[in-house]
Design a protein around this ligand. Structure first.
Ligand code: PEP
Length: 251
């Protein structure tokens, strides 16, 4: 079985101006040097991507966006296409983040279209799935997450599934300081792998599945020791370059 890619991806959300992003890139590169694994990804606001391209292209740090349109181009005011992201050296794009699902009312149908558009443009989607607190307390976490995976990846063939990264992000653990226990996170990531295996066994065994939700330098090592967790999607703890570099080092 090929080794799965280990990935630590930072999600800046709506933080950092162009000047702050450039400063961050220099500081991060000084600290991570030529680290080959885990793969480091910075998912920044659209406005910072051009500046980050200048600093990070050809470095070990990969660039990603936090959303994109399912449309290739056209009359979609305010939207950004996959081709625009490619031009800014993005190789990754976060899709279906719970904040977009909840605040912008993104549906699984839209997310599935975005996943397809990203793949067509040769961007790697980091597809976020996860249950809210009520769903967990009602014992529905697995069903909810399975449903999201099935709908968001519907109709994809084996070759396409191989190019997807999934981030399991329980909503109750995002930005709250509450991390899922490493055992709970492992169980959910294993469940996601099983769900993908129903679509393609070989794609599932090679797929990188990340955990996200209050990941910090102090808890990353324990999470990474779990057999179905191949990395992390990191929000708050990715905002400081020194702290993020320590988190990468501890992974
Ligand atoms: C996220 O935004 O994807 C996330 C996991 O945030 P945090 O690490 O701050 O919980």
């Amino acid at each position: 079985m090929p080794e799965r890619r280990q990935i630590i991806a930072g999600n800046w959300k709506m933080h950092k101006t162009v000047a702050e992003a450039s400063y961050y890139a220099v500081e991060l590169l000084e600290r991570v040097g030529a680290v080959g694994s885990p793969e480091i990804v910075v998912c920044a606001p659209f406005t910072a991507l051009a500046a980050l391209k200048d600093e990070l292209e050809e470095s070990v740090v990969h660039l990603g966006a936090q959303n994109m349109s399912w449309a290739a181009e056209g009359a979609y005011t305010g939207e950004i296409s996959a081709r625009m992201l490619k031009e800014l050296a993005c190789t990754y794009v976060i899709l279906g983040h719970s904040e977009r699902r909840e605040l912008m009312h993104e549906t699984d149908e839209e997310i599935a279209r975005k996943v397809k558009a990203a793949l067509e443009a040769e961007l790697t989607p980091i597809l976020c799935v996860g249950e809210n607190l009520r769903q967990r307390e009602e014992g529905r976490a697995s069903d909810v997450v399975r449903g999201q995976v099935e709908q968001d990846l519907a109709g994809l063939g084996e070759e396409e599934l191989r190019r997807i990264v999934i981030a399991y992000e329980p909503i109750w653990a995002i930005g709250t300081g509450k991390t899922a226990s490493s055992q709970d996170a492992q169980e959910m990531c294993a469940d996601i792998r099983w769900t993908v295996a129903q679509m393609s066994g070989s794609a599932a065994s090679g797929m990188s599945i990340l955990y996200g939700g209050s990941v910090k330098p102090e808890n990353i090592a324990e999470l990474m020791r779990k057999p179905d967790i191949d990395g992390a999607l990191v929000g708050g703890a990715s905002l400081d370059p020194a702290g993020f570099a320590t988190l990468v080092e501890n992974a």
